[in-house]
Design a protein around this ligand. Structure first.
Ligand code: ZN
Length: 502
């Protein structure tokens, strides 16, 4: 009986997965291809699909199948497909059932409104115009938190939604080590900015040549023609519809070189994670990267540890130079290496370098946490934001558009998401060091353009299990222990010593 229930559960999950994939494809198309006049019609299509998906994901029938599959789960080893699938869907179902459909509807509505209000407020650099919408998002966030069991901090509930098991205590354990050291290093670098010259990255870089280079570099890294696509978008992202359909969306800047190249390499890291999941998990909830932190560890590893490293640059340099002979003809790979690794305090998170990026994230995390815990009022955000930018990065924020209004996350009620960006960077270095133990000559392989051993290692140790395990378990299996900020700091210190002589 219960084997039959498990098979029925599996079938239902595949149906839900197909519906979700179709809905995601509608959204992908909207962001990358759709003519703008279609937006109303598309919004209805997405709404209809979302309702269908939500009904099935929260149906009593699905709940019954999960319960009836409990003995298959118990009779199967913990790491088996069967046990993992039941575990995973029980958590997802429990989370989905907690939030009343009526509240979900109000949240979705506020997100759509919030985005439009934020866009106009940012364009006008007018925080006051955004404040009522932000306060509404915060009130809704408290309603959402109230749907779940009380935690040590109400913010824990939000963290757990993006990263199962994540808590304020755990994030603080990492960030409390990083913050003072990152501030100190940033101060040191700020005193030696002229040591690194990145002027070769500014100039004229025709889009057509960038598109070709992005596609070529993605192919060099491992994006195959039969399973991958690289397209243009405003906000870079990666989306997959199974292990054999990976889409990278990249942004092109014709006046600044490294945006598209490193954007593509970053998204490739997300893509290879999805592409190397065990294909037997396709069409199930197990066929996706397990969490934001794990995902970001893979994109950062490709972008920074591989893409900004000397071995890869020395390999790719002939291609990069040939694509833009006017800009790069007299430059050396070492000039390029130094330029793309330049560190400099700035206002905008998405343009920040490896060193200062962490402080942008810590600032947002602290403000979110304090808002949710009731220690900070939304109306005071600009003042606190600007004071902390001065304290952490030593910069004077000129206006709210370049300050508190720069990111879309809060406008869409996304609280609890920011810390994972930095935790992913921390993890990327732990994974890199673990991999180096197993493949000591990986840098030599990369300098010969051979990434196959690296991809295979990541596949075996990080990617293949998809979402079978929790984030904590997945990290433990990859690096043999919990998140640790020390390797990340050592890595940054080494790079700073090399570039700035500090
Ligand atoms: Zn990313």
């Amino acid at each position: 009986m219960s084997r039959a229930s498990f098979e029925a559960l599996e079938q239902e999950l595949k149906t839900i997965h197909d519906l979700e994939s179709a809905n995601e494809l509608l959204q992908w198309d909207m962001q990358c291809v759709m003519p703008v006049a279609a937006s109303d019609q598309r919004a209805s299509q997405i709404e209809t699909m979302s309702v269908l998906v939500h009904e099935r994901k929260t149906s009593d029938a699905l709940g019954a199948l999960i319960e009836e599959s409990a003995d298959v789960e118990q009779a199967s080893p913990y790491d088996s497909y069967e046990a993992s699938l039941v575990r995973r869907i029980r958590r997802d179902y429990g989370m989905d059932k907690r939030v009343p459909t009526e509240l979900e509807g109000r949240i979705a509505q506020a997100q759509a409104e919030g985005f439009g209000i934020w866009r106009e407020a940012r364009a006008a650099s007018d925080f006051k115009a955004f404040l009522p919408s932000l306060e509404k998002q915060i009130a809704l966030t408290h309603e959402l938190i109230a749907c779940f069991d009380p935690a040590e901090s109400p913010y824990d509930v939000l963290l757990d939604r993006f990263e199962e098991g994540s808590t304020v205590a755990e994030v603080d354990r990492i960030f409390d080590v990083l913050k003072p050291r990152l501030i100190e290093l940033t101060k040191q670098v700020a005193g030696k900015l002229d040591k690194v010259d990145d002027r070769i990255l500014y100039g004229s870089f025709p889009k057509a040549a960038q598109v070709k280079l992005s596609e070529d570099i993605a192919a060099e890294l491992g994006a195959t023609e039969i399973a991958w696509r690289v397209v243009e978008t405003v906000h870079p992202f990666q989306q997959s519809f199974g292990t054999n359909d990976i889409r990278l969306a990249t942004r092109y800047d014709e006046e600044f070189f490294s945006t598209s190249l490193y954007g593509t390499i970053h998204e490739f890291g997300h893509g290879i994670y999805e592409a190397q999941i065990d294909p037997s998990l396709n069409r199930t909830p197990l066929c996706s990267g397990v969490s934001m932190t794990l995902h970001e560890s893979q994109s950062r590893l490709m972008e920074n540890l591989v893409g900004r490293g000397r071995p890869f640059i020395s390999y790719a340099w002939p291609q990069i130079r040939a694509a833009f002979p006017d800009a790069f003809d007299t430059a050396s790979p070492e000039d390029f290496y130094r330029a793309v690794n330049k560190m400099q305090p700035s206002f905008i998170r998405v343009e920040a370098d490896e060193l200062t990026y962490g402080l942008h994230i810590i600032l947002r995390y602290e403000l979110e946490r304090d808002i949710v815990e009731g220690r900070v009022q939304a109306k005071d955000l600009p003042e606190i934001w600007n004071a902390r930018m001065k304290e952490y990065l030593g910069v004077d924020v000129p206006n709210d558009a370049m300050g508190v209004l720069q990111d879309v996350h809060w406008a869409e009620g996304l609280f609890g998401y920011f810390p994972d960006y930095l935790l992913g960077s921390v993890l990327s270095v732990q994974i890199w060091e673990t991999m180096l133990n197993d493949i000591p000559d990986v840098n030599e392989q990369i300098s010969n353009g051979d990434l196959a051993p690296l991809r295979a290692w990541l596949g075996e140790h990080v990617h293949s299990s998809g979402s079978k395990f929790t984030p904590t378990e997945t990290i433990e299996r990859a690096v043999g222990g919990p998140l640790d900020p020390a390797p990340y700091l050592r890595y940054l210190e080494g790079k700073i010593a090399d570039l700035y002589g500090i």
